[in-house]
Design a protein around this ligand. Structure first.
Ligand code: PBG
Length: 325
């Protein structure tokens, strides 16, 4: 008989731990957070049970909890009270995202990497990630001017890593140039390089009260395209990105693995709102084991090649991982 018996190494928890090829550490998890202008109390997000739009008070305590749990960072999103065609709130130093950034930098700026979403969709009254041309299309180069301004205000507010999620061509080069021109050479860029036009962002629309009608297919990637994700990551790296990301995570693990195989900079993945909602909904029905499903999803994303993962479970998962040690 063939003497090879792979089961030997699976026989005990100690063996399995010793031969595990992939681990997930709290430091590799980034928590996305929503802060709502004018909120006196945290506002629950119906389609994302357990996730809220924070008031500034609840935001402060959640930041402290994230630091305590040892996660690697926080990614901030603002939910403004007013919106307009050009997303003025994004570049107002007193706009909610910039206020939240100053709070985070002050409270946890040493313990965590404070990151900000650099995109106009939360701030525009039409919900698109950029400004519109007369014909209603999203104007790439006019949007870059807004992103440059937004980058400067975010850097000034204390963001350490700008999350460029708008999928405009040349956005990384434009933002890098703007930052360097004003002396922000130390502010890093996380490029959402392979960001797909996905139905899995559904619950996020509720999370930021998005005004979008229609979709983002003229700027986000077609889900059918694997090689194009690699192409976008290579372009962003060449334009000066410090980190590239693939998003969503679970349905795009092939793209993630491809990008990780050829990229010389860190590659991250974003486990998005719909991925969160699906597991939460199934678990709430008693159809899957919530904790095991969450941890398995994170191991899978790491195994495919992600160095770090943005996930709404970051703090809870970090606590579980600490317990399992
Ligand atoms: C754009 C942005 C989106 C998400 C993160 N940044 C929405 C979109 O592109 O439609 C989605 C994240 C999620 O679904 O969890 N500012």
């Amino acid at each position: 008989m063939n003497p090879v018996r792979p089961r030997r190494l699976r026989a005990t928890p100690a063996f399995r731990r010793l031969v595990a090829e992939t681990r997930v550490a709290p430091a590799e998890l980034v928590l996305p957070m929503f802060v709502r202008e004018g909120a006196a109390e945290p506002v629950p997000i119906r389609s994302m049970p357990g996730v809220v739009q924070h008031s500034t008070d609840s935001f402060r305590s959640a930041l402290a909890a994230a630091a305590e749990a040892g996660v690697g960072g926080v990614m901030l999103f603002g939910v403004p009270e007013r919106r307009d065609a050009v997303g003025s709130g994004a570049t107002d130093p007193d706009g909610i995202l910039n206020v939240a950034t100053r709070i985070a930098a002050e409270e946890v700026g040493d313990a965590l990497v404070v990151q900000t979403d650099l995109c106009l969709d939360e701030f525009t009254d039409h919900g698109h990630c950029g400004v519109l041309a007369d014909d209603g299309s999203v104007d790439n180069d006019a949007t870059l001017l807004r992103y440059r301004e937004m980058a400067l205000v975010q850097a000034e507010s204390g963001s350490q890593l700008l999350g460029l999620s708008g999928m405009m061509d040349h956005q990384v080069a434009a933002v890098r140039e703007a930052l360097d021109g004003r002396g922000y050479t130390g502010t890093a860029i996380l490029a959402y390089a392979g960001k797909y036009a996905s139905a899995f962002y559904g619950p996020f629309r509720e999370a930021v009260d998005s005004q979008l009608k229609g979709d983002r297919r003229t700027y986000q990637l077609d889900p059918a395209n694997r090689r194009e994700g690699v192409r976008e990551a290579a372009l962003d790296e060449a334009e000066g990105a410090d980190i590239v990301m693939v998003k969503p995570a679970s349905v795009y693990l092939d793209v993630l693995a491809d990008v990780a195989a050829v990229s010389s900079i860190p590659v991250w993945a974003y486990q998005v709102s719909g991925e969160y909602a699906m597991i939460e909904a199934a678990a709430a029905n008693g159809w899957i084991d919530r904790r095991r499903a969450v941890l398995e999803s994170l191991v899978g994303i790491r195994r495919a090649g992600a160095g770090a993962v943005l996930t709404y479970w970051a703090v809870e998962a970090a606590r579980w991982l600490a317990e399992e040690r």
